[in-house]
Design a protein around this ligand. Structure first.
Ligand code: PGA
Length: 260
């Protein structure tokens, strides 16, 4: 049985674009996307924190069919956490999706599975949708432990999350060796691991959640490889880094979603 899952294409800008550049980028993107594109898929942009208010204002004023996302947050509501931003602060800016556990946060900023899980729970408590990231290193892939790694990350990230909340979540499978390297997993490999993600979700939260959860692939997605990746049965969308900085390229990725 297949459940129609709404595709989700997310642009993770990382530490790129100041708020002026961000406005230009989203404006161009909105011109490039047709009504049919945003009727068929959810499109999110995840700019740096300093851009969020500007983009929120523009989305509201121009009634754009683009949703706002964030790249990170803390799990506490408030407190003495210099440099951090709370889920409630993001929700107040109409942020709908927050990335949790991106490999760059795990590798460069010491986020571990427990922290990622706390973030997932906090994002849900603030009524936003977490995009829980998982993925293996090159060494893990070569050692044949991709599935174990991804299973562990997904299980840990979803600990304590109610099945109906898991159903509304997004899990992004991003092999670390494919991020920003120009190397992409083959559609078959990406499909196989995304199917594993769905299987683990089923083990953790039941069949309904597994059928409903949206699984994205990420790692050097561009317009030239998006169609093949997005046509895989267990790939419901893409988490796009570098290519999302170019509105033409990002729009082409959205337009690569195969017709239902
Ligand atoms: P990339 O980044 O598309 O530049 O490989 C993907 C990501 O890190 O989410």
């Amino acid at each position: 049985m297949t459940t129609a899952r709404r595709p989700l294409i997310s642009g993770n800008w990382k530490m790129h674009h100041n708020h002026f550049e961000a406005i230009q980028c989203v404006q161009k993107l909105s011109f490039r996307l047709d009504k049919e594109d945003t009727e068929r898929a959810d499109v999110t942009v995840h700019p740096p924190f300093t851009d969020l208010r500007s983009i929120q204002t523009m989305i509201e004023a121009d009634d754009l069919a683009i949703q706002l996302g964030a790249q990170h947050c803390h799990w506490e509501e408030k407190g003495a956490f210099t440099g951090e931003v709370s889920p409630a602060m993001l929700a107040k800016l109409q942020v709908s999706y927050v990335i949790a556990g991106h490999s760059e946060r795990r590798q460069l900023f010491g986020e571990d599975d427990e922290m990622v899980n706390r973030k997932v729970l906090a994002i849900l408590a603030a009524r936003m949708t977490p995009i829980l990231c998982c993925g293996e290193t090159l060494e893990e892939r070569e050692a044949g432990s991709t599935d174990d790694r991804v299973r562990d990350q997904v299980r840990a990230g979803l600990a304590g999350v109610a099945p109906d909340q898991v159903a509304g979540m997004v899990v992004a499978y991003e092999p670390i060796w494919a991020i920003g390297t120009g190397r992409t997993a083959t559609p078959e490999d990406a499909q196989a691991t995304c199917a594993t993600v769905r299987q683990v979700v089923g083990e953790v939260a039941g069949d309904d959640a597994a059928a409903a959860v949206r699984v994205q692939y990420g790692g050097s997605v561009k317009s030239s490889n998006a169609a093949e990746l997005l046509s895989q049965p267990d790939i419901d969308g893409a988490l796009v880094g570098g290519a999302s900085l170019d509105p033409d390229e990002f729009a082409l990725i959205v337009q690569s979603i195969p017709a239902p």
